[in-house]
Ligand binder design. Structure first.
Ligand SMILES: NC(=O)c1ccc[n+]([C@@H]2O[C@H](COP(=O)([O-])OP(=O)(O)OC[C@H]3O[C@@H](n4cnc5c(N)ncnc54)[C@H](OP(=O)(O)O)[C@@H]3O)[C@@H](O)[C@H]2O)c1
Length: 259
């Protein structure tokens, strides 16, 4: 199946590692141009170096998505280089999860800015460029905890649920502009944040992930591969998904109890 992504221009927040970088690899193989956003310039440079072998345009902008001016500088780069955006992937983030009583106001505020306000601003500030595309798509990377909220999942699960509401509402608001808005709800998929998690305990990452997958009782019996996330994400961004909007797919090996 030809995803018809060749020549498409996609901005990925959190594109310098983990799931975002995995998606960038899939997109450049399909012939798309990518603009990666992350805070650490060295990580962005390393990612761009690896991605450049595919021969498409790879741009990077060091930016903190919690800052509206930083976000605008990334969007300005897309405008200057491409004049339009075909895809916006709101992916930047990392796991947070603690008990309600122990979560501080600062932690609520930080997670709100990272997981919700950054998506709101990123979409709003990208609208002029998305409207210039003949097949624009927004993809919000969320978690399965958007649909059910287990113990000690604060503050993340609250903002994931809000991200799902944003996806659903915007799919209607932006349909007049033919901008599709979808979400992926991730369960447990291999990424750099779990490499760091394993390293913090001194464990081998494969063993650590296998143990967690077993404890979590993932029905398919294993952690997801980054490429498995990237394939679904690339499909949702592509014109092959042209009739899908307002959809949220679980990428979780069957872990979620909610479809
Ligand atoms: N992997 C999973 O199993 C899983 C499960 C549920 C949800 N998710 C969600 O999937 C998304 C990707 O996670 P991942 O697992 O790929 O994590 P990761 O490997 O740690 O990658 C996170 C990316 O986000 C960037 N980032 C973090 N904070 C940022 C900020 N304030 N501004 C700009 N960029 C920022 C990081 O770069 P810098 O640090 O350089 O900024 C990095 O590129 C996140 O939203 C995460 O919560 C993942």
């Amino acid at each position: 199946m030809d995803l018809e992504l060749a020549g498409r221009n996609v901005l990925i927040t959190g594109g310098s590692s983990g799931l975002g970088l995995g998606l960038a690899h899939t997109l450049v193989k399909e012939g798309a141009n990518v603009l990666l956003v992350g805070r650490n310039a060295d990580k962005l440079d390393a990612a761009a170096h690896d991605l450049s072998a595919a021969g498409t345009q790879v741009l990077t902008v060091p930016a903190d998505v919690r800052n509206a001016d930083d976000l605008q500088s990334a969007i300005d780069t897309a405008e200057r280089e491409w004049g339009r955006l075909d895809g916006l992937v709101n992916n930047a983030g990392f796991h947070t999860g603690s008990g309600f009583e122990t979560t501080t106001d600062d932690e609520w505020q930080m997670d709100f800015e990272l997981k919700l306000l950054a998506k709101i601003r990123g979409i709003r500030q990208s609208l002029p460029l998305l409207r210039k595309s003949d097949a624009p798509a927004v993809l919000n990377v969320l978690s399965i905890y958007a649909r059910f909220q287990p113990n000690k999942s604060m503050p993340s699960s609250v903002y994931r649920a809000a991200g799902l509401a944003l996806t659903n509402g915007l799919s209607r608001d932006l349909a007049a502009d033919r901008i599709r808005v979808n979400a992926l709800l991730i369960g447990f998929v291999h990424s750099d944040q779990w490499v760091r998690g394993a390293a913090a305990t001194g464990a081998d990452v494969e063993e650590w992930e296998a143990n967690r997958a077993e404890q979590m009782r993932i029905p398919l019996g294993r952690v997801g591969r980054t490429e498995e996330f990237a394939d679904v994400a690339a499909f949702l961004l592509s014109s092959r998904a042209s009739y899908l909007t307002g959809t949220a797919l679980n990428v979780d090996g069957g872990l979620s109890m909610v479809v």
